[in-house]
Design a protein around this ligand. Sequence first.
Ligand code: WTA
Length: 650
Amino acid sequence: MSDVKIHRVKPEWKKNALIDNETYLKWYAESVKNPDKFWGKHGKRIDWFKPYTKVKNTSFTGKVSIKWFEDGLTNVSYNCIDRHLKKRGNQTAIIWEGDNPYDDRKVTYNELHEYVCRLANVLKKHGVKKGDRVTIYMPMIPEAAYAMLACTRIGAIHSVVFGGFSPDSLAGRIVDCKSTFVITADEGLRGGKPIPLKDNTDKAIEIAAKSKVKVDKVLVVRRTGSKTGWVEGRDVWYHDEVASVKPDCKPEKMKAEDPLFILYTSGSTGKPKGVLHTTGGYLVYVSMTHQYVFDYRDGDIYWCTADVGWVTGHSYIVYGPLANGATTLMFEGVPNYPSASRFWEVVDKHKVNIFYTAPTAIRALMGAGDSHVKKTSRKSLRVLGTVGEPINPEAWEWYFKVVGDKKVPIVDTWWQTETGGILITPLPGASDLKAGSATRPFFGVQPELVDNEGKVLEGTASGNLCITDSWPGMMRTVYGDHDRFVKTYFSTYKGKYFTGDGCRRDQDGYYWITGRVDDVINVSGHRMGTAEVESALVSHDKVSEAAVVGYPHDIKGQGIYCYVTLMAGEQWSDDLRKDLVAHVRKEIGAIASPDKIQFAPGLPKTRSGKIMRRILRKIAEDDFGALGDTSTLADPHVVDDLIANRQNKR
Ligand code: WTA
């Protein structure tokens, strides 16, 4: 890979940057040599009601225990709001840009304080207490951020569920954390289309009741004003409730290790797991990464296009930016509505300085043509970012040349729901860039590559990506299932956090994430377990067996390829195909829509009955010259049939 083009740090990127390369190297060395000292110092970037005296108390072996700043007391909403009021009460905290370009709103820190306090008082009035779980199923409107912050104000644990998930998925998440309070909206609005959030909530509550979890209150924000079902006594309107309580609410003093939120994410097996993040370390880590990774400076307008339903929205729309007193932009819409210029029009309209999006959006906009970009000015931009999946060099170069006019550095940030914040990333004033590489670790992060047997690989190498020591923002457990936490992340390679990603390290020590090495696929930056899609398919009464794999997709990064075996006597038809797609959407949500479904009279299995996914992946990738050893298959002819009838014929 010696032909990789290096984009050196430009003098103007370095000029006023917070961190140059010398500082990066110095701080990084300090951070790994003496984490207690390093984090002891940087932990003070947030305010503490009672300062910590202990910094790091972590172990990746045995029962695995992660504690940071454990004897300190703090509060997240206090840090994201109250502490800014004196200096920036009248500064805009949130710019809201609606789905419709004529719809926008600005919320100052003073206003944010009032709205969050009122909502916190509403929660209290309805009996929500410290430690209770509150489910938030909301569109991208400021009330979603108020809801999260209101929970943190009183010490309730929020579980935000992405608005694109189906009633079944929502119900599963309500049941898993036994959440009895739900905050939602009548409808969401994306690309001009309504999303029936309240109706979905009603259905989810019915499903959850079957598992003996009874939701007693649903707080509904009026977004579109359209009619929805209403259960008297259970459902209440947000606007009525907040008007009836006081505009002030004292923040609860929380221990650093008190739970902050649960966020469900897909793994390679079973149902989505509740990733648990806690208070102090998480906030220190997300505020610090937000500042240095984006070279955020006072007064900058910062925009992350993610949805608050994903971790990127938690850490880099809400908590990181607000902890830093930033102006954060929240966008309700989609990149191509009303036209493919929308992102850049919003950048110009609000004079956005820092812009953070996903490779899938970049590829889609690249496909729409340069003219949509070129007709806008974009001259306010100073840093561009990407997250969620590997970015192919073509898309990176396009982002750099066309969107950034070759004047703006790109930070390709690698991280996960589990890591809480960014782990591997360039810093704008410090790192030479290579298109497609997330470059080097952030302070305190120690990556290691190992082979399948766990042997540590040194120097230039390709292997499985592990992290050998703790950082303050990492998850603490799987909610309600600590054994699963230990088993999933710390037992594949003993004593190391295993990320599930494959990775290459080049001669400059730069990291290149190559994608998941487990049965997780990444579709348009949305993470999905193939097992979840399979179980949705087999829950259809005509399906006897299903195997799902990812395959390369030009826009989505990976597409969903399903092999389906029908029950005896059932006939394959196009109608059935459509029915199966609809069924999966109903079970999980539109993000899990199968791209290809292949009818398979048989699946390639070993003699002991294990499906050989490696072979299915190769066929889906159209790479059947490289099927490898098929001699262990119970019936090798199955493979010939699958190849002959594949859905990817070129
Ligand atoms: C992938 C999203 C390459 C990776 C923050 C990881 C990336 C998974 C990058 C986590 C990147 C995320 N380059 N791959 N810059 N960022 N990924 O939990 O496979 O939704 O394990 O968190 O996305 O997805 P998650």
